[in-house]
Design a protein around this ligand. Sequence first.
Ligand code: CAA
Length: 387
Amino acid sequence: MPADQSFDVYRLPEEHEAIREAVREVCAAKVAPHAAEADETGEFPKASYDALRAADFHAPHIPVEYGGAGADALATAIVIEEVARACASSSLIPAVNKLGTMPLILAGSEELKRKYLTPVAAGDAMFSYCLSEPEAGSDAASMTTRAVRDGDHWVLNGVKRWITNAGVSEFYTVFAVTDPTARSKGISAFVVEKADAGVSFGAPEKKLGIKGSPTREVYLDNVRIPADRMIGAEGTGFATAMRTLDHTRVTIAAQAVGIAQGALDYAKGYIQERKQFGKPVADFQGIQFMVADMGMKLEAARQLTYTAAGKSERGDADLTYFGAAAKCFASDAAMEITTDAVQLLGGYGYTRDYPVERMMRDAKITQIYEGTNQVQRIVMARQLLKG
Ligand code: CAA
């Protein structure tokens, strides 16, 4: 390898670093100032949405041909990471827009993509993903939401639960059973609109964290939609759902990295200011060892996340393994790092006067959604042991 290239081995391209700087600037000015308020009130951070939309960071992954910014998977992960560093609830805007639209991007017809990706790229609509149900969480294939063909239409009935940004989003990817005898092969994916007759929403869930991101049930009561709203072929919905998660678990890893970075940055500043026994607490070796561990775990999580993002962009065969590994490792690291950040602030860390307790509560969800970390370990083990 030529000497001048050897310096570029395994480092981010300049354009990705530039994206990080640009997002960080927008977030410092217009997202971070609303983070505590979104957590306190539980209201969707509209000001953050407007700021992200104005800078084209609200759904950066949408391809240029549909009016999007065309960010690759690594750039999208960096956007989500940086938004999460300021406000985890707001990071679900770009993250769930990617989750909701990924089934279309992977398997949708050209007409569907043009119709539904364009308004999301323009910031006129958001897109949510409806897989889970009250009795079908980790065991997603046991869903009971039903879609029955009726002439040129499908009629959907059922309840979807834990739907991020439900009610705020205009569009929903809904997975439903089209052949009850075929388990995962009898599931199909559809685009449902908030405006479709028969669509309604439950009360917002009262959550531990990510309170600014509404989580609600979605009720489908005889929702009649045109047959061309099916995403991909009949019976391919479950595979599309899983392929989607392979890509988007990387974005949850990025969210976890961002939350953890926010907590570490805050704690670093605090321990250098806070004096006990006549000196900054950062001068004590016990505190230094904690900070060192936090930084080390965070960087390991970031490297695995970016590696998985590269695999997502290229569509590598081992993305299933790496998406699960990155999500699992980064979210476990974020939980440890944010918990330690609370510890470093002592009693102050345990109050809402400081942001680290919010970050700890927000980090917890990254170990649970888009598949619990127990499910990630099932996915990883199956990949490791197959063949
Ligand atoms: N890519 C393509 N196809 C896949 C796939 C993948 N990654 N994973 C599975 N499939 C296919 C399989 O090949 C299989 O087809 P064949 O029979 O032809 O081989 C079919 O799907 C069924 O697969 P499994 O037998 O592995 O299915 P399973 O019932 O054992 O479930 C599971 C596997 C990994 C546990 C899966 O159910 C799962 O991931 N559960 C977790 C669900 C989840 O992540 N939910 C998150 C909800 S979204 C969310 O949280 C969003 C939010 O709020 C932000």
